[in-house]
Design a protein around this ligand. Structure first.
Ligand code: GDD
Length: 374
């Protein structure tokens, strides 16, 4: 890693647009601008700073104007509010070839910016200010809950990226890469994770930062935002591991169908009905709940289409699955697995084959994708 002294020798020739999403940060704006001004003069940077403010009405506009810096602007947004949409709007409006995103609350050290820019100049696609690489840290005041919260959120994103701190809101990338990105659809706070996954960023550099807690104002990271993260993760997993995710959801729904089937069957039995009615009731009800859950969750992209036709297709796919199950099990038990437990093993393989057929029928025929949503 380069030291501060090394960095001071380096000239950064590229123009940099720093995008700062803000909501009620009037108190922090002058401090952040003073820090950025110091950096600008130290490195003789060509810099613009864009505050993307969600109509805070707390004096933020006046604070930017009072700085007198002609390289700082504030954009007041009244539609599509939220941290991530604000950042994306800022990236679109930026004038320089390198984009930096950072918080307004002084939790991100501006001195890490030159290191991030150099990372990009050396071929990295994305540079992130990281708390979780050697040299990085979080504030000592972080309680167990906040630490655990951050650790679990990072761990859940692990299969999507090897980056150690994809939750960071402090990062840099080239404007050209951003402009080429398609299908960005962030939910909530985790805009860096969205960009890394959707833009297929492989070469990501992590610059250690000491993350300090905000001194003024308060965090807007509410429980609602944290729940949105789960929704965001689901989308990103679907994007990255589409078929595995559909299959997993299909299997979970299938397992719920077994429970529904047994519960209905037992209820009807308790009511004293004949066994054939109990069995038919269990199958019928679980078929309907499986259909509804798959339509609502597994293949939610096809929810807008005709439910009746989809249900008939779903029943048809289930019947084909049953036929495949039976044929495979029968053939295996007759021709291949003729020894002890051959019938049981054949039945299990038959069930797996039937399920795969059932899944493929639903995925590619009954609930086929007509358009890419995300
Ligand atoms: N425009 C806009 N709209 N900006 C927002 C909004 C919003 O709805 N909500 C928050 N911001 C701005 C804040 O004003 C601040 O500049 C930045 O986004 C981060 O928001 P905070 O509320 O300060 O976030 P935090 O400190 O809890 O979260 C930090 O840690 C997360 C990881 O643990 C930030 O660094 C996040 O970026 C990071 O993801």
């Amino acid at each position: 890693m380069r030291t501060g002294a090394d960095l001071a020798q380096i000239r950064i020739n590229t123009g940099i647009s720093v995008i700062v999403p803000t909501y009620r940060e009037a108190e922090n704006i002058p401090h952040l601008l003073a820090e950025l001004d110091r950096l600008r003069r130290d490195y003789d940077l060509t810099l613009e700073v864009l505050f993307m403010d969600d109509d805070s009405r707390d004096g933020s506009v006046e604070a930017v104007a009072a700085s007198g810096f002609d390289w700082a602007r504030i954009v007041v947004r009244t539609r599509d509010r939220g941290l991530s949409p604000a950042v994306l709007d800022g990236f679109r409006a930026a004038r320089h070839p390198v984009l930096v995103c950072m918080d307004c609350d002084l939790s991100h050290p501006v001195d890490a910016i030159p290191q991030m820019i150099l990372g990009l100049a050396s071929g990295q696609q994305f540079a992130i200010g990281s708390r979780y690489v050697p040299g990085g840290s979080t504030d000592d005041d972080w309680g167990l809950f906040r630490w655990l919260n951050s650790a679990v959120a990072t761990w859940l994103a692990r299969p999507l990226t090897k980056v150690r701190d994809p939750m960071s809101g402090f990062f840099a990338l080239r404007k050209a890469d951003f402009d080429a990105a398609r299908g960005l659809n962030p939910v909530g706070y985790k805009i860096a994770l969205e960009l890394i996954v959707k833009c297929g960023m492989e070469n990501v550099g992590e610059v250690p930062i000491e993350f300090s807690d905000r001194r003024f104002g308060e965090s807007k990271l509410t429980l609602k935002e944290q729940l949105k993260y789960i929704q965001h993760l689901r989308r990103l997993y679907l994007f990255r591991f589409a078929n595995a995710m559909y299959l997993l959801q299909f299997l979970v729904v299938g397992a719920s169908g077994v429970v529904v089937n047994l519960a209905v069957l037992s209820g009807l039995q308790l009511a004293g009905l004949a066994p054939w009615i109990c069995l038919a009731g269990g199958i019928g009800v679980s078929l309907v709940t499986n259909f509804l859950l798959n339509r609502r969750f597994t293949f939610s992209y096809a929810r807008g289409r005709h439910a009746g036709r989809q249900f008939l297709g779903f029943v048809g796919a289930s019947l084909v699955g049953l036929a495949v199950n039976y044929a495979v099990a029968l053939w295996l038990s007759h021709k291949v697995l003729t020894g002890s437990y051959g019938l049981q093993v054949s039945a299990m393989i038959g069930i797996a084959a039937g399920m795969i057929f059932n899944f493929l029928g639903n995925r590619y025929i009954v609930f086929r994708k007509r358009y890419i949503r995300d």
